[in-house]
Write a protein that binds this ligand. Sequence first.
Ligand code: MN
Length: 271
Amino acid sequence: MSVVVLTNDDGIHAPGLAALEKALGELGDVYVVAPEREQSTCGHALTLHRPLRPHRLAERRFAVNGTPADCVNLAVLGFLPAPPVLIVSGINHGANLGDDVTYSGTIAAAMEGTILGVPSIAVSLLDGGDFDVAGRVARLIAMRVLVSGLPPRTLLNVNVPAQPPLGIRLARLGHRVYLDKIVEQADPRGRSHYWIGGGDPRWDAVEGTDMGAVHEGFVSLTPLHLDLTNHRALVQLDDWSAGLTAQLRGETARPPRRAPAATPTRKPRRG
Ligand code: MN
């Protein structure tokens, strides 16, 4: 049987991971390789400055003292008996929509799998939703990926609404409206400290976006790739290249300004 790897960013004891394990248990030799503690909003961080020590909790369950992307590295690059044919990350406790995908450890795990050439899916459930329902959605999509594959260098970002889903909709990333403020407080010694990330997220629930889909009660299914290039801007900024190159050459053609030879500076005498 083929190896399937499950991971998450909520930590190995998270209910969403258990639901995923239950739902995908029969799709292959399922291994769980997940962070030993919560790593939400850790993004794509890797642990390069200390060793990773997987701790075996059951035959195919490993808790790792690292990030979701660390777990995927271990799982794909030789820690398991065979490389996985599929990586599923989640089920995250809470949405990963629009601009927020850049913070998400859940999605970073699927990005890492994609970079390493393994078809990968990230699954998140909106607050208040049912993990068993999300598990069934994850199973359907995982089976489809196993049968049909994915376009090259592409991962799937899946968000399941809190209500029983009306269907599954392909959607692009939406845009988050930031209303966040920093909250300043004083500690008992009177020094200021700050909290970021407060405030309710607001969204442009625009037609065709992931946010719009879940807002209308659908599962959103967004194919993502790691090419962050703004291809339209490449064209728009096309003429920058010649002008900047000319300026650069003008600057570098000038004889380098030499620092004046160091002369011992005399301190003015006083008194
Ligand atoms: Mn999380």
